[in-house]
Design a protein around this ligand. Structure first.
Ligand code: 5AD
Ligand code: SF4
Length: 478
């Protein structure tokens, strides 16, 4: 682990040029196959932002090969699902949606069906797809996204199904084309993979070892996006706090944040995800000192019970976590916290669960992402005894939601009367003529406004707190 050489990690220029040759071949092929119209692709990414970001690269490559994009399966010539393996229900959703494609394929035998993403790095899943879903034409894994042109070429020409899911510690492919989903906020991966092996988690098995992009590559990508008018960058990694390990240059995540912050322009910086065991005082100081870094910290705690945290292999205890939160609140009084919580980890008792509730009461999170534990094949936790019934887990889950709802409401109420800077990113759900955006604290704000303000920062005075958002009025420009 961690012994991979840099030249083994970086996809070579030759390989990328090789793929560009295939890009041209596919493009020529498609022009012949669709002489009077553009072939259309329907691409859907499930799961986390890393996956969404991969999906944007996939769409970038497809666009280079001549595909246009549709919002639905009807009328698509290529359907590609970029899958997620984090929990069973995500996988079930994918299988359900792939099952539904059978009938589309029957209606249009030329429809090409492709699956990629985290699920495809699991042998038992690929076996099931091979056996029971014969109409899936192309399957490729997380380590060969950059080889899409070659794989697609074979799927279009070989007359047989293509499977490309090699095991790997992971690679980095720079300079792939990207077709981003929005024009205001951009995802920017700074590292890939994970070395933490939390006992419940499939990610290290499906995304390989931790590896960081060169700072120059990250900075020049962001500079390009600033020029295009993007206003918010979320730096992505499974554990951004270990950014920089294995690079020739001595650099850590705080230093990277400082360098992004120093780029000229009016924009915001966010980052996710942080592992509490590696979140340092230096990082908090850096958030405090860098004006473009948002005062919001997504710091997944998973559980408030030390016994469960040990079983999860998290390498911190609740006191360490609470001390970090306290330090952050002292340094940055208006910082907001959000977190991920897993309920019903194997052997979790009522007492362990009460520890989680007491922790969330103590931290007072603005909001939580809550999950019921899901057994993942191949992980350590899958071997553990799990005597708690589903009913009991469901009850705990509901109680967690109820407690957080109360905390979140109190937090949101405190924003009423304040004037907050909102990056407007679209049309609001609260009524006709409403816009929506997020504050630096990651809270959604809806307010009446003019569509011309989409993509701008607007100061909004908060008038009312709902349980999912704040309502406000734009402050008149003085
Ligand atoms: N079961 C339930 N939740 C999980 N997560 C990761 N693996 C599992 C699992 N097996 C949650 C964690 C993580 C978030 C992205 O998903 O809370 O932080
Ligand atoms: Fe899902 Fe994890 Fe893969 Fe993201 S990295 S898509 S959350 S399995």
């Amino acid at each position: 682990m961690g012994t991979q050489k840099r030249e083994e990690i970086m996809v070579s220029r030759e390989e990328l040029l090789h793929q560009q040759e295939f890009e041209k071949k596919v493009s020529a092929l498609l022009k012949k196959q669709y002489p009077s119209r553009m072939p259309m692709a329907y691409v859907h990414s499930y799961g986390c932002q890393q996956n969404i970001s991969d999906g944007e690269k996939i769409k970038g490559m497809l666009a280079m090969m001549g595909y246009g994009f549709t919002d639905g399966i009807d009328g698509a010539d290529l359907v590609l699902y970029n899958t997620c393996a984090i929990r069973e229900n995500e996988e079930d959703r994918v299988f359900g949606n792939v099952g539904a494609l059978k009938h589309y394929k029957r209606r249009n035998p030329n429809l090409l069906i492709a699956l990629c993403g985290c699920m495809m790095q699991q042998e038992h899943i690929v076996e099931k797809l091979k056996k029971s879903y014969p109409y899936v034409d192309l399957i490729f894994g997380t380590h060969v996204v950059h080889k899409l042109p070659e794989n697609l070429y074979h799927a279009l020409t070989d007359g047989k199904r293509v499977f490309c899911t090699p095991e790997s510690d992971g690679v980095i492919a720079e300079d792939l084309p990207v077709r981003r989903d929005g024009s205001i906020k951009a995802w920017v991966p700074i590292m890939y993979g994970c070395n933490n092996f939390c006992t419940y988690c499939i990610v290290p098995y499906v995304r390989g070892r931790e590896r960081s992009r060169e700072p120059e590559a990250i900075l020049s990508e962001i500079e390009g996006l600033i020029k295009q008018g993007y206003k918010e960058f979320t730096l992505l990694g499974q554990n951004v706090n270990s950014y920089g390990k294995g690079l020739d240059e001595e650099i850590n995540f705080s230093e990277l944040l400082r360098r992004v912050n120093a780029l000229p322009g009016d924009f915001r910086i966010r980052f996710m995800t942080s592992h509490p065991k590696d979140a340092s005082r230096e990082l908090i100081d850096t958030i405090a000192e860098c004006e473009k870094v948002c005062n919001h910290f997504h710091l997944p705690v998973q559980s408030g019970s030390d016994r469960i945290l040990d079983l999860m292999n998290r390498h911190y205890h609740r006191e360490d976590y609470l001390a970090l939160v306290e330090y952050a609140r002292k340094k940055i009084p208006d910082i907001s916290f959000t977190s991920d919580i897993i309920v019903g980890f194997p052997t979790e008792t009522e007492e362990d669960f009460q520890d989680t509730l007491s922790l969330i009461r103590e931290v007072e999170y603005d909001s939580l992402f809550t999950f019921i534990y899901s057994k993942r094949v191949g992980t350590k936790a899958a071997q553990m005894e799990d005597p708690t019934t589903d009913e009991e887990k469901g009850r705990r889950f509901q109680q967690l939601l109820d407690v957080q709802k109360e905390i979140g409401q109190q937090k949101y109420d405190k924003y009423v009367g304040q004037t907050l800077r909102v990056l407007v990113d679209g049309v609001g759900k609260s009524g006709d003529g409403y816009l929506t955006g997020r504050t630096e604290n990651y809270v959604i704000v809806d307010f009446p406004g003019n569509r011309e303000d989409i993509g701008k920062f607007v100061d909004v005075t908060i008038t009312k707190a709902l349980n999912w958002a704040l309502l406000g009025e734009a402050k008149p420009v003085e």
